[in-house]
Design a protein around this ligand. Sequence first.
Ligand code: SF4
Ligand code: SF4
Length: 240
Amino acid sequence: MIIQDDLCVGCGECVDICPGGAIHLQEDSGAAQISQQLCLECRVCIRWDGCPTNAFQEENSLPWPRSVRRVFSDPVTTFEETTVSGRGTEEMKTNDVTHRFPPGSYGLSIDVGRPNVGAYLRDVDKITRVLAEAGADFSRNNPIFTLMTDPEKGCLSSEVLNERVLSAVVECTVTPDQLPDAIRCLQDISREIDTVFSLGFIANVTELRDREALHDLLRECGIGAENSAKINVGLGRKEP
Ligand code: SF4
Ligand code: SF4
């Protein structure tokens, strides 16, 4: 995304609407400018439609690897390989339809980055590498998987590591035996991650019948569990 210098009148209205913190007013000219390193290609500035002079100009087709920024940052962009919009994955909330986390295993979803914070894919790479060491099996129907050059080791393509996105969701399956190690690895690596991330734990709805056993398992991993939980039923489509 760029701002056309000759159209910008320096009103500053756009600065605060950018979730990437990428827009600033230049000291000399007073015109707004977009940091290409920080820009997420989220298109919020276009959808906002508040620039009095329509000074924003976007490239219709972003070159690789910059194009991954839009996939993970613009919720109305559809990811080609998964045909899903909004970070390209139908996520854990579709589990009762997609069965991506079957009984006898647990799903982990790691939501990396937030609006106004963002995330570099090099931090996602650190997370997928430690999860791979813990034995995690990554969800195929997720853009992060398609960016991996070595899914066994959780390595993302070196070409994308410096790309900045609004947020990305890593999804994987672990066995009950692998779960404590996976959580410990995430706790350890969190000190090296230069953004925020949250950990989602997904159990098949049938396993909620033995809720106490699940709680005990999580407590053993150092995570307190409450009886309140978010339950999504009936969302999603069957995976091909
Ligand atoms: S809203 Fe438009 S005119 Fe105002 S600073 Fe931003 S780009 Fe310039
Ligand atoms: S595309 Fe998004 S990150 Fe880039 S300048 Fe516009 S609002 Fe900011």
